[in-house]
Design a protein around this ligand. Sequence first.
Ligand code: DHB
Length: 305
Amino acid sequence: MADLSVLCAGVPLRNPFLLASGVWGESGDSLAGAWAAGAGGVITKSIGAVPRPGYPNPTIETYERWGMLNAMGLPNPGIDEYPREIEIARRAGVTVIGSVFAGEAAEFARLAGRMAATGVAALELNLSCPHAEGFGTEVGSTPEDVERIVRAVVAAVKIPVIAKITPNTSDPAALAVAAERGGAAAVSAINTLRALAIDVRLRRPVLSHGLGGLSGSAIKPVGLACVWQIYDKVSIPVIGVGGIMTAADALEYVMAGARALEVGTAVTFEGVGVFGRLVGDLASLLDELGYGRLEDAVGAAHPAR
Ligand code: DHB
């Protein structure tokens, strides 16, 4: 059986499949459930400085085969409450990466310090939620903003910092380069694409917030293009995200340059059982293609340099 273990951002992972932020991560028990089902690690919900209830319903619209649209509004219990959930997951032996969001660099640095104190293995900065006023893309869509925020966080913590960047900009690879300059240990690409659905009978957007983020199979080609371009421009690891539903999707991301992967919409559709399926199928696929180790396939689709 092919060896699926990888080292990403200095964090050893038993396999590359991470639970994506915002999915199945409400409680320590749900994080532990994803781990028990076979995930290589879990990324928490994005946690902010204070509790947020999120947007009213409806917050999700699903599109049978090709994905879903959501605008939850970054609901979270806040950094005073959430560490007890991380503690539950850590006691179960889970590799936990803590996701945080904030409105500016100093607040990011403060929150990152609090999150790091929980004992998480690494931090992921949400610089890419496509619709929350004052957060995400609004603070992370220029290279200058990304570099400043990453630099402030890196100065505040001793653990690896991962920047999750947006595809909703003309040059996502420039954001990854800026994250690397700021001291990031890895970049995650991509977050959701800003998107909209309209209910023609009600003559208004389907989601209460109006705009949302599109995820799932529909965005896989976009994510692949971003990972492909980023891999050519940075030397830190890239974590591939966007529409990974099968082992073949996963290997496409790896061959485009990803060293680890995040799975979100597939978990929403299928539950955490998806991790066992992906792990088994990816090992078989690598065996079939003659790879002894997943690491040997990273970037394999790029022309030899
Ligand atoms: C939300 C946050 C995200 O980062 C995203 O990609 C989609 C939705 C949210 O909480 O609404």
